[in-house]
Structure formats: structure tokens, C-alpha cells
Ligand binder design. Structure first.
Ligand SMILES: Cc1cc2nc3c(=O)[nH]c(=O)nc-3n(C[C@H](O)[C@H](O)[C@H](O)COP(=O)(O)OP(=O)(O)OC[C@H]3O[C@@H](n4cnc5c(N)ncnc54)[C@H](O)[C@@H]3O)c2cc1C
Length: 457
């Protein structure tokens, strides 16, 4: 298959992935004397930090996605191909994609990350994840389907498992989704499901470490824990989920939490693209890069964002997987490529940490700024809303998100709880949209022994 890209006298920069990094890089190369070719399997840019709001019915999927072609309309040196990149051939400067081969002069991998199930097959098969828009829509449908099923069953154990929601991973995503579900339990579900005894609905946030929000300040960690307690989310620290089968989330060989809803937000790996030697790949499957984002051992191949493992003196385990890291590296790489074209030496990248934040629920968020400044509560919440609204791509998306948020704030309601695409676990697909092996049915298979909520020793 021919990708029909126009032949150009200018060098071709191929960017794989149009997430935060790829999008910013292609924009920053707008006036550079290069042909920019972006390849992404999706024809939209996805604003991942708000995926959990799609999953819990607070925002429409369309509000957090934006068509790639629309973003770049009018950028003359820009070309897009919707394709899955399968392999890099560095010897011939070519990428092999699902729509044909593409030659590059400079290659930039901005492929982000994939959910890491730490090799636990039962979790990979049965847990819900939240890395993509299809994941978020599936999760939304699945949770509401389970409330409908809970109405129908007379079996108290089955009902309890359908009502229990276990969120694994106490980082920002786990905290945000747990808080959002707790809000839904308080404000939305009593109106929709007056027949269900929602006092039985348990939201259980499980974290293997000793604190929630591991990378944040102690103050923010403590505030997040207090907010979770206030919202009635059960936080279980120092607890490892080791498997998930037959609607049982096991945290030891014999102890488990019965649940039909297990959301896995406990880790990610770099979304490496095959074609590099083992020494180019670091822990977490990130690609080793130098301080100019050059893949170690290759002059014309770069990686940015989540997939890039850039080690600095301050961050010996690599820069964090955050949107600002990807965006800043992209801006810097645009400069690097232009310097290389002029025969100049590129400068090293330095990450400017402008702060981290996590929202817990309405009026509750935690914010850490540089130089030890922390704040939380209503002001933190307003800051979070403002920053996320401003960084959403597209004016329409900003307006729609603002209206949806204002509506749910003043009405204590959420408009979006349609089960448009009924979901069964048989449909589970991985982050790349590939169908996973079939596994347990959507109807729980209960062990004759009544499951009970077990308390860690
Ligand atoms: C639920 C969630 C919440 C988050 N919250 C925050 C937050 O609050 N603040 C924050 O700073 N960060 C947050 N992050 C992390 C942030 O989203 C990432 O750090 C950021 O998206 C990384 O940008 P990137 O460009 O490296 O990759 P991504 O934005 O992930 O983009 C990767 C792109 O590559 C494409 N792609 C991947 N592989 C291929 C392939 N083989 N072929 C073709 N296309 C491919 C994908 O389709 C995608 O468009 C969150 C992440 C998640 C999942």
C-alpha cells in the first residue's frame, strides 16, 4: 500500500502519535523548513486527564477529543495519515505501518504509554482500564449496566458484587475517579435508582503504597486521604491486588473483595515501538533518550513524552509521565531539529515543573506548586478547573466542558448516563484497540461460598 505522501525537497519529520507531545511538536514546526508527517491510529487528539469524567458521565467524549486534521487546517507543511505504526527500520529510515511504509529523515516517537498490569493475566483479561476514549465509554456503560443488573437480582451476594466498585491505584487517576464515583453515589444515583439500597454501594480505593498521591507533597497526600474519608471512599493502603477472577479481587491467596467493577489505574508502561535493540529500552518499556531527546545510538531518531526515558540528576528514575513534560520536550525538540538542520549543536532539555494537582470532588482538590507552595479545597478546585479548561483543545470543547461543569455544579446532577454501547467483558480491547482473549462472561460466576468483604489483617 502506498501512503501517497507528496515528494518534497525539504527533509521529512515523521511524528508517531498526536498526543500532548506529538501535537505540540507538529505545531512548533509550523514555520520550519521541513515536511511534517503525523501518524496516529486515532484521527483525534485525546485529552487524557479528563477521561475519568467521561467514564463517570460528567463530560461527553466529544468534549475531550479534537480532530487532528481540524487542528492543523491551514498548516501547509503538515500531513496526516491514520495508521498503526508497527515497526521502525532504522537501517532504511522507514516505519512500517498498517497503511504502508513511510520514509523519514527525522523520526520522533511520541506514542505515550499503555496500561501496565504487571504481568497479571487475570487482571489484564478482566479489569477495566482508563487509557482511551473507548475505555472510558465502556467503563461508563459497564457501571450503569451493573446498576440495572443489581435491580434484577435477588441474590444478595451478586447484588453486593454488582454494587461494589474497586479502584486500584492511589495516584491522581485513582483518586479522581473514586471521588467522582462518590459524588455520583451521593447526588445522581439516589434519583435514578430509588429502589436500590445505595448505603450498600461501596467504593474501595486500593493502593499498594503507604500513601495516596505518592509523588505529591505530604500535605496534599493527607488532604486527599481526608477528602476520601469525607466522601465515604474506603481507602486501603499497603494492599496489593494480586488477581481478579470470578468477580473477586484477590489481595492475598485467600482474601478478596467481591466486585463486578474493578478499575485498574495502578500503572503504565511506555508504548515502545518494536525495532530497537534491547539496550535502547529502559524499565517500564520507555525508550532511553539523551538530554536532547535523541534515542541513544541514533542521530535522527527521537522520543518525547511518556515513551521517552530521560534521566536527569534530579530525576534518576526518568522524568515523570505528565502532559507538561511531553509538551515542553516537544517545544525543545522543534528547536533541536532546526538547529541540526543548520549544522548547529542542540542544547540540553530542562524540565520546568510548574506544579501538579489532583481533583477529588466538587470544591475539593489538592495543588502543589514549586518552592513548597501547597493549597487545597475550593481554591484548589477552582485552579484545577481553570487549568484544565484552558488546556483543552478547541474553543467548542472549552465551552461544552464549561457548560457541563456549571450544570452539574448547580444542579448536583450529571446529564450523561446513557448506556449507548452496551458493554460486556467479552468486548475488552487493549489500549491499541486489539481484541483481548475471551474471558469471563458478563454474568458473574459465583462461588457457592458466599463472598464477604474481607478486611486486611
Ligand atoms: C486517566 C489519565 C489521567 C491523567 N491525568 C493527568 C493530569 O492530570 N496531568 C498530567 O500532566 N498528566 C496526566 N496524565 C498523563 C498524560 O496524559 C500523559 O503524560 C500525556 O498524555 C503524555 O503525552 P504523550 O504525547 O507522551 O502521549 P499521549 O498523549 O498518550 O499520546 C500518544 C499518542 O500516540 C498514539 N499512538 C500510540 N502508539 C501508536 C502506534 N503504534 N501507532 C500510531 N499511533 C500510536 C496514540 O493514539 C496517542 O494519540 C493522565 C493520563 C491518564 C491516562
Amino acid at each position: 500500500m502506498d501512503t501517497n505522501l507528496p515528494v518534497s525537497t525539504q527533509p521529512r519529520v515523521v511524528i508517531v502519535g498526536c498526543g500532548f507531545g506529538g501535537l505540540q511538536l507538529a505545531k512548533s514546526l509550523r514555520d520550519a523548513p521541513v515536511q511534517v508527517v503525523v501518524v496516529d491510529r486515532n484521527n483525534y487528539h485525546n485529552f487524557q486527564p479528563l477521561l475519568y469524567q467521561v467514564a463517570t458521565g460528567a463530560l461527553e467524549a466529544d468534549s475531550i477529543a479534537y480532530p487532528i486534521r481540524k487542528i492543523f487546517a491551514g498548516q501547509k507543511n503538515f500531513f496526516y495519515r491514520m495508521a498503526d505504526v508497527q515497526r521502525v527500520d532504522t537501517a532504511s529510515n522507514t516505519i512500517h505501518t498498517s497503511v504502508g511504509d513511510i520514509h523519514y529523515d527525522y523520526l520522533v516517537l511520541a506514542t505515550g504509554s499503555l496500561t501496565n498490569f504487571f504481568g497479571i493475566e487475570s487482571l489484564e483479561k478482566n479489569a477495566m482500564q482508563i487509557k482511551s476514549i473507548p475505555n472510558a465509554l465502556n467503563l461508563r456503560s459497564f457501571i450503569f449496566q451493573n446498576f440495572e443488573k443489581a435491580l434484577l437480582t435477588a441474590d444478595p451476594d451478586e447484588k453486593q458484587a454488582l454494587l461494589n466498585i474497586v479502584v486500584v491505584g492511589g495516584g491522581p487517576t485513582g483518586v479522581e475517579i473514586s471521588g467522582s464515583l462518590a459524588e455520583m453515589r451521593k447526588h445522581v444515583l439516589p434519583k435514578d435508582y430509588p429502589e436500590l439500597d445505595l448505603s450498600k454501594m461501596q467504593i474501595i480505593l486500593v493502593e499498594a503504597g503507604t500513601e495516596l498521591l505518592g509523588p505529591m507533597s505530604v500535605k496534599s497526600q493527607q488532604n486527599a486521604k481526608r477528602y476520601m474519608d469525607e466522601l465515604g471512599v474506603q481507602v486501603r493502603l499497603n494492599t496489593h491486588i494480586k488477581g481478579y477472577e470470578n468477580c473477586r479481587a484477590y489481595y492475598s491467596e485467600t482474601e478478596f473483595i467481591p466486585t463486578e467493577n474493578l478499575i485498574w489505574a495502578a500503572g503504565v508502561n511506555g508504548a515502545e515501538v518494536p525495532g530497537f535493540p534491547a539496550e535502547a529500552i529502559a524499565r517500564n518499556k520507555r525508550i532511553n533518550v539523551n538530554r536532547c531527546n535523541q534515542v541513544v545510538g541514533y542521530a535522527n531518531v527521537f522520543a518525547i513524552g511518556d515513551v521517552a526515558n530521560m534521566v536527569t540528576g534530579e530525576m534518576p528514575r526518568g522524568l515523570p509521565m505528565l502532559a507538561p513534560v511531553a509538551q515542553q520536550q516537544a517545544e525543545h525538540l522543534a528547536d533541536t531539529i532546526q538547529r541540526l538542520l543548520k549544522g548547529q549543536t542542540p542544547a540540553d532539555f530542562t524540565y520546568k515543573n510548574k506544579g501538579v494537582m489532583a481533583i477529588v470532588s466538587r470544591n475539593k482538590a489538592v495543588v502543589d506548586l514549586p518552592k513548597g507552595v501547597h493549597f487545597s479545597g475550593f481554591f484548589g478546585w477552582l485552579t484545577w478547573l481553570f487549568v484544565h479548561l484552558m488546556t483543552l483543545v478547541g474553543f467548542r470543547n472549552k465551552v461544552v466542558a464549561f457548560v457541563d461543569w456549571a450544570f452539574s455544579y448547580f444542579s448536583s446532577d450529571q446529564a450523561l448516563r446513557l448506556i449507548i454501547r452496551p458493554f460486556s467483558r467479552r468486548d475488552v480491547k487493549d489500549d491499541q484497540g486489539k481484541k483481548k482473549a475471551e474471558h469471563n462472561t458478563s454474568t458473574p460466576q459465583y462461588n457457592p461460598t458466599p463472598p464477604a468483604i474481607q478486611t486486611p489483617a
